[in-house]
Design a protein around this ligand. Structure first.
Ligand code: ADP
Ligand code: MG
Length: 637
């Protein structure tokens, strides 16, 4: 037996290890299973190239709880270690690795979640164990070794009588870590970190129906059928799927496989994903994965199931911020890359060149997929538009590269359920909706019901009205106006339709100068000037007599304020609601008001007309609404 000190230069790193990742103690299991997996895959490689003359077989990793003995066992059938190798890899390499890791990060431990995800390795066992044993037998023809360390820098190394190839790690669980002797806790960890690891992991056994047994059905004399019970057999309880969908070739997967994998990833998710994007690159970095577009409503903040980040099938985190462009963090799925540096802080990650490349690759890939979905089945794409537009519009706003690519598939739906790309829209509208200054005016509504009468007026002129109802649409419009040439967006209730798209034609007013003056004065007396700017317009006589509008510019600034951005425009948020009141001087009602004899009756007509205009904008509420209804009853009496 050998006794020795792991490293004399350090008094005792074990208490440090234990304290270091106070919240992340659970990762010890992932580290040990990763080592077991590495050892198994190394053996696979050696046998495949003929360097290990042993039978690889169907190795698995077993995790076993010994409640009485207060021990946790992790057993693999990998390449094992000789006594010399234990000395070298455990006492020297792994130890100095752990030491270096601690040295580097002990001060920044609180920095961010990703530190400590990887790097502490074998010695993370001491976060939960007061004593650790390694019993290992190399695939080489050498005796097995037994290493023990009780948490001081002292270790013992002796021969063991283990005969099967592989390594068994025995953790003597410390008093304060007995949670790791509970079956449910271990199961939870295995499912969190090891659900898709490449070597089968056994945790206990389970009873299943014997596949070789067919229960017999017999009939009694009355013809009643009875089937004998199925024969049960005990099998290993394998908790992981060693071959998850993302590790396969897209050509080998069907639509059901992708959907099935989605539910495997998110067992609590009952809704089907809309579509998926299979990522697969090996140059200039390695990355595989599958991203899913879930059904998304208008809410930017709902995001329960997140994208999971893996490194060689080992779960790392579900915080992919910095790796995936922000607008795509609304998606779900898996990204697996050995090239993402994991044991560094977030700020470093964001500046890392490889990570930037990964992020722009993902953006490009998503754009390409959207384009091909659009090209291959436009009808289906249109049907899904409402559920995906928020991601696409957000992407167009935040990533210029994506904005450019999105021209090919971003859709602009009309109130009548037609969908145009920008180019189609432009060609369709340019003849009828170009104003006298040569600017194309694109009309839109944010609410088909609330702005119904304005939509009707626009349609009566043969104009198309888009339905743009995302919460971020005002930002997007701003971006489109500044990128596309000679185009402006106008919400249908921004002004009277004649003013929204100004053409050269002018209508002559029926009123002479005196009548105009009289009308103006009357309106000034009745209409509250702090709420409405009165605007007299000579329009078609059958156009609505009173119309309330809110100028596009002011409304949009307010909206942009509400959804963030639009820096330095605070003044608009706090400005009172101001509306325009467009009065059609050619309408019959206006003539009638002017011809009405008593002042009192005139005022009543104006108030009533104003209220009707407010009503159609949803602006009549409370006491004013009550008064309006009372007045209306009196008028029809
Ligand atoms: P890393 O896995 O990053 O190399 P670890 O501290 O986790 O660092 O492990 C140190 C070394 O100990 C490994 O590189 C390997 O050589 C050896 N080792 C650990 N666990 C096993 C195991 N189950 N089977 C064989 N070798 C192992
Ligand atoms: Mg390791």
């Amino acid at each position: 037996m050998t006794k020795g000190n792991i490293n004399v230069s350090v008094e005792n790193i074990f208490p440090l290890i234990k304290k270091f990742l106070y919240s992340d103690h659970e990762i010890f299991l992932r580290e040990l299973i990763s080592n077991a997996t590495d050892a198994t895959l190394k053996l696979k490689h050696l046998t495949s190239i003929g360097d290990a003359k042993v039978e690889y077989g169907n190795p698995k990793i077993e995790v076993k709880i010994d409640k009485e003995g207060k021990k946790l066992h992790i057993i693999d059938q990998g390449l094992g270690m000789t006594s010399d190798e234990v000395e070298k890899y455990i006492n020297q390499v792994a130890f100095s690795g752990a030491e270096e890791f601690l040295d580097k990060y002990k001060d920044s431990a609180k920095d961010s979640g990703i530190i400590g995800h990887f790097g502490l390795g074998f010695y993370s066992a001491f976060m939960v164990a007061e004593k650790v044993e390694i019993i290992t037998k190399s695939f080489k023809d050498e005796p097995a070794a037994h290493w023990t360390c009780d948490g001081s820098p002292e270790f013992t190394l002796e021969a063991s009588d283990k005969t099967e190839r592989g390594t068994e790690i025995i953790l003597h669980i410390a008093e304060d870590s007995t949670e790791f002797l509970k079956e449910n806790r271990i199961k939870e960890l295995l499912l969190k970190y090891n659900k898709f690891m490449p070597i089968p992991i056994k945790f206990g056994t389970k009873e299943v129906n014997d596949p070789d047994f067919t229960p017999k059905t017999t009939k009694d004399k009355d013809g009643k059928e009875t089937t004998e019970p199925h024969k049960q057999i005990t099998v290993d309880n394998i908790i992981n799927n060693p071959n998850p969908a993302w590790t396969k070739q897209p050509a080998d997967l069907k639509e059901e496989d992708y959907k099935g994998f989605y539910h495997e990833l998110y067992p609590m998710q009952f809704e089907e994903p809309l579509f998926n994007i299979h990522l697969n690159v090996d140059y200039p970095f390695n990355l595989t994965g599958i991203l899913y577009f879930p059904k998304m409503g208008q809410d930017l903040n709902i995001q329960k199931d997140k994208i999971q980040l893996y490194q060689n099938q080992v779960y790392v985190t579900d915080n992919v911020e910095g790796i995936v462009p922000e607008f795509l963090t609304m998606l779900r799925g898996v990204i697996d890359s050995p090239d993402i540096p994991l044991n560094v802080s977030r700020s470093y990650l964001q500046a890392d060149g490889a990570v930037k490349k990964i992020s722009s690759y993902i953006t490009r890939k998503v754009a390409d997929k959207l384009k091909s979905l659009f090209n291959n089945n436009r009808e289906d794409f249109e049907a899904k538009w409402n559920d995906i537009k928020i991601v696409i519009e957000y992407g167009m706003l935040s990533e210029d590269k994506f904005f450019e690519k999105a021209d090919a598939f971003a859709l602009y739906p009309t109130v009548d359920g037609k969908y145009f790309t920008y180019e189609e829209l432009f060609n369709k509208l340019k003849a009828n909706q170009t104003d006298k200054d040569g600017k194309l005016v694109i009309l839109y509504t944010s609410d088909k019901d609330a702005q119904h009468s304005y939509i009707e007026s626009a349609k009566a002129k043969g104009y198309e009205v888009l339905l743009l109802d995302s919460p971020i649409v005002s930002h997007l419009i701003q971006k489109l106006e500044s990128t596309k040439e000679n185009v402006t967006f106008a919400r249908v209730d921004g002004d009277h339709v004649n003013n929204l798209i100004k053409k050269d034609e002018t209508t002559i007013s029926k009123l002479d100068e005196d009548q105009t003056k009289a009308l103006d004065e009357l309106l000034k007396e009745v209409i509250p000037s702090e709420k409405f700017m009165v605007q007299l317009e000579a329009m078609d006589s059958n156009e609505s007599p009173f119309t309330i509008t809110q100028p596009e510019f002011m409304r949009r600034m307010k909206e942009m304020q509400a959804t963030g951005g639009g820096g330095g425009m605070n003044m608009f948020g706090s400005m009172p609601e101001m509306y325009n009141l467009v009065v059609n001087t050619n309408s019959e009602l206006v003539s009638e008001i002017l011809n009405t004899k008593t002042k009192k009756k005139q005022e009543r007509l104006v108030t009533q007309s104003l209220d009707l205009a407010r009503l159609s904008q949803g602006l009549l509420k409370g006491e004013e609404l009550t008064n309006f209804i009372k007045r209306s009853y009196e008028m029809i009496k």
